[in-house]
Design a protein around this ligand. Structure first.
Ligand SMILES: [Zn+2]
Length: 179
């Protein structure tokens, strides 16, 4: 691994300079400079690669904010893209945000959400004795996503798989219901 761990944000921005604004010499002055721990470096790199693929046919794109909130990643962007590219970018962001819920924000190893005062995603080694947030069995990594395609709104229910870094559709009727 090149550079010290303290430079990972600089390296990420410099490797994907076209996705960050403003274009200046000081990488960390970029508006979208990541405000999160080094454990999410890998998933942010994947996000940047996917965004670049999504926008290759034109349009404008800049990250406006990348941060940790309530223990997981939040990504915001500005720009003008075709509807098709917009869907691809939103999918890339959904994957990164879902992955952040499975990756220790400190070291990147497999992690989960911990509570006690504030929420963080940690591996057991970095949990510092905090209490895991209970998830109802069967509802781990389940995401209900609603989005608009053209003039239709769609709701999908899906599960994030950390090993393949992808979503699979889930029948909502197969999920345990709240009692
Ligand atoms: Zn860790």
């Amino acid at each position: 691994m090149s550079g010290s761990i303290g430079n990972w944000r600089v390296e990420l921005i410099e490797a994907h300079r076209d996705l960050f604004a403003p274009p200046c010499d000081i990488a960390l002055a970029a508006q979208g400079a990541p405000e999160c721990g080094p454990g999410w470096q890998d998933l942010l790199g994947r996000l940047c690669d996917r965004v670049r693929t999504a926008i290759r046919k034109g349009g404008t794109f800049k990250f406006s904010q990348i941060k940790e909130k309530y223990g997981t990643l939040r990504v915001y962007w500005d720009g003008r893209l075709s509807p098709e590219a917009t869907v691809q970018v939103e999918e890339a962001i959904a994957l990164a945000e879902a992955r952040s819920a499975t990756c220790c924000e400190i070291c990147g190893e497999s992690g989960r959400l911990y509570g006690d005062g504030w929420l963080t995603t940690r591996c057991p080694a970095h949990a510092d004795g905090r209490t895991p947030v209970e998830v109802r069995p069967g509802l781990e990594n389940i995401y209900i996503v609603s989005y608009v395609v053209g003039d239709r709104s769609q709701v999908t229910c899906r599960r994030y798989d950390r090993d393949t870094d992808s979503f699979t559709e889930v029948d909502p009727a197969s999920l345990p219901v709240e009692e």
